[in-house]
Design a protein around this ligand. Sequence first.
Ligand SMILES: [Zn+2]
Length: 232
Amino acid sequence: MVNFDKTQPAPNKVAQDLAREKAKISGTYRTRNVIEQIHFDFKGKCYVCECKGLTSINVEHFVPHKGDRDVEFDWDNLYLSCGHCNNTKLAKAVYDNILDCCNPAHRVDEWIKYEKDAFPKGKIKITALLSLTDNKEIVANTVELLQKIYEGTTIIKSLEAEAIREQLKEEMAKFRKNIRVYYDSSTPSIERSNTLLSIKRQLKKSSPFTAFKRWVVRENERLKQDFEQYFD
Ligand SMILES: [Zn+2]
């Protein structure tokens, strides 16, 4: 997870859509304008698993609306997720109480450590850094949800999780290769500057699995010194 800046207030066309649909008996919050804006604000990424290029796009209610139309049509409450994450989150009530990536006070990629071993079958490790925050319960809930997301809960979800881990593995391999090339003294300067551009791109919130890559940087003093400045 990384923090996102959702457009505030909702752009006029989005606010108009939500107000119009809310007034209908069977209105929908999933209008074209709403979906396009959410897709833009969340950089086309599922806010939970950090996959990009989603094949199943869900507009998720961060706080379940439970039939409350004010909550159902509230722009602030609409998030972009994938079907896998939305379904996993719905399965357990404590997942209603997780860190909010759109709340800048919730440091979603700092209070939780995201690790993927460099080995091909490397394990994913999600750790709550509880000493950094007073929001211990919601951090713990978030970590539990993320573990389920990357491991799967049912047989179908396990297969979905495997596909997510495969994408994560490829992205991390690309990132580690870029780091190697960047520091290799035999790399020609033009290639080195292109590699730096690629590393910068990979550390932006718009990139897939940003939190995992940022932790590779945070865990190494040299990388931290050179690349932490590119966290957006
Ligand atoms: Zn997801």
